[in-house]
Write a protein that binds this ligand. Structure first.
Ligand code: APR
Length: 236
C-alpha cells in the first residue's frame, strides 16, 4: 500500500456501536429540523432545546463502545509506515477510545464546550450543559455552548486537512452520505492529487462515482477485512 493515507469517517462508522446516524431511517434529522438544533440561529432562538439535544447525545456516549471498525483503524494507524491522518465528521469519542491518535474532528466534539463570552474553547465537558452552566474561566453564567460546528459555521482544521489531501496516495471514506461539504469534496481533492480512493458504505453515497474502489457492507465487517489485507500488503 502507498505511504500517505487520509481517512474520512462519518456517522455510519458509529452506527453499529448504537449511535444514530443523521439521514438513515430513525436518524437524528428525522422528526426535527437540523436548523432548530444545529445552527447558531436555533441556539439563539431556544438554547435550552439545543442544550437538551446535545445533552442527550453526550449522555449516550457512556452507554456505547467502539466497534470493530474503530478498532481496526487504530490498528492500521499503529502499523502504518507512512503519513496517516484520520478526519472524522463525528462528534463522538469512539475513535479516541479505540486508540486512534493522529486524528482531527472536523465538526467538533460532544465532550467539549466553548464560552461565547470570553472565547475559551476546548473545555472538557462530560455532563449536562445548560443556560445555568458557568464558564470555569471567566465565571460567566449562560455563555457556554457545545464545541460543535453548526450549519453555517466554519469546520475545524481545514488548512491541515487540505494540505494532507493534496499529497495523499490513498483516501479511504467510511460511513458518510457525502451530502455535507467540505467533507463530501475531500475525495475529489485527493483524486486530483493522484490518490487511490476507496469508499466503504452500506449503499451508494452522493459521491460514490468519485471513488475508484467501493466496498459495500457494514463497517464493522468491511473495515477490519480491508485493514487486514492492507497490513498484509495483499490485494484487497
Ligand atoms: N456501515 C457503513 N456505513 C453505514 C452503516 C454501517 N453499519 N450504517 C450507516 N451507514 C452509512 C449510510 O449508508 C450513510 O451513507 O453512513 C452514512 C450516514 O450518513 P449521514 O447520516 O448523512 O451521516 P454523515 O455522512 O456522517 O453526515 C455528515 O451531516 O448533519 C451533518 O454534521 C453532521 O457530521 C454530520 C454530517
Amino acid at each position: 500500500m502507498s505511504n500517505s493515507l487520509v481517512i474520512l469517517t462519518g456517522a455510519g462508522i458509529s452506527a453499529e456501536s448504537g449511535l444514530p446516524t443523521f439521514r438513515d431511517a430513525n436518524g437524528l434529522w428525522e422528526g426535527q429540523r437540523f436548523e432548530d438544533v444545529a445552527s447558531p440561529q436555533g441556539f439563539a432562538a431556544d438554547p435550552t432545546r439545543v442544550h437538551r439535544f446535545y445533552n442527550q447525545r453526550r449522555a449516550a456516549l457512556a452507554t456505547v463502545h467502539p466497534n470493530a471498525a474503530h478498532l481496526a483503524l487504530a490498528r492500521l494507524e499503529e502499523s502504518w509506515e507512512g503519513e496517516f491522518l484520520l478526519v472524522t465528521q463525528n462528534v463522538d469519542d469512539l475513535h479516541e477510545r479505540a486508540g486512534s491518535r493522529r486524528m482531527l474532528h472536523l465538526h467538533g466534539e460532544l465532550l467539549k464546550a466553548r464560552c461565547t463570552a470570553c472565547g475559551i474553547g476546548g473545555l472538557r465537558w462530560t455532563t449536562d450543559l445548560g443556560t445555568d452552566s458557568t464558564c470555569p474561566d471567566c465565571q460567566e453564567t449562560g455563555s457556554l455552548r457545545p464545541e460543535i460546528v453548526w450549519f453555517g459555521e466554519m469546520p475545524h482544521h481545514l488548512d491541515a486537512i487540505f494540505e494532507r489531501l493534496a499529497s495523499a496516495d490513498c483516501f479511504l471514506s467510511i460511513g458518510t452520505s457525502g451530502v455535507v461539504y467540505p467533507a463530501a469534496g475531500f475525495v475529489s481533492v485527493a483524486r486530483a492529487a493522484g490518490a487511490r480512493t476507496w469508499e466503504v458504505n452500506l449503499t451508494d453515497s452522493e459521491v460514490s462515482d468519485a471513488f475508484q474502489e467501493q466496498r459495500i457492507g457494514p463497517a464493522s465487517e468491511v473495515v477490519p477485512a480491508l485493514v487486514a489485507a492492507w497490513l498484509l500488503k495483499t490485494p484487497s
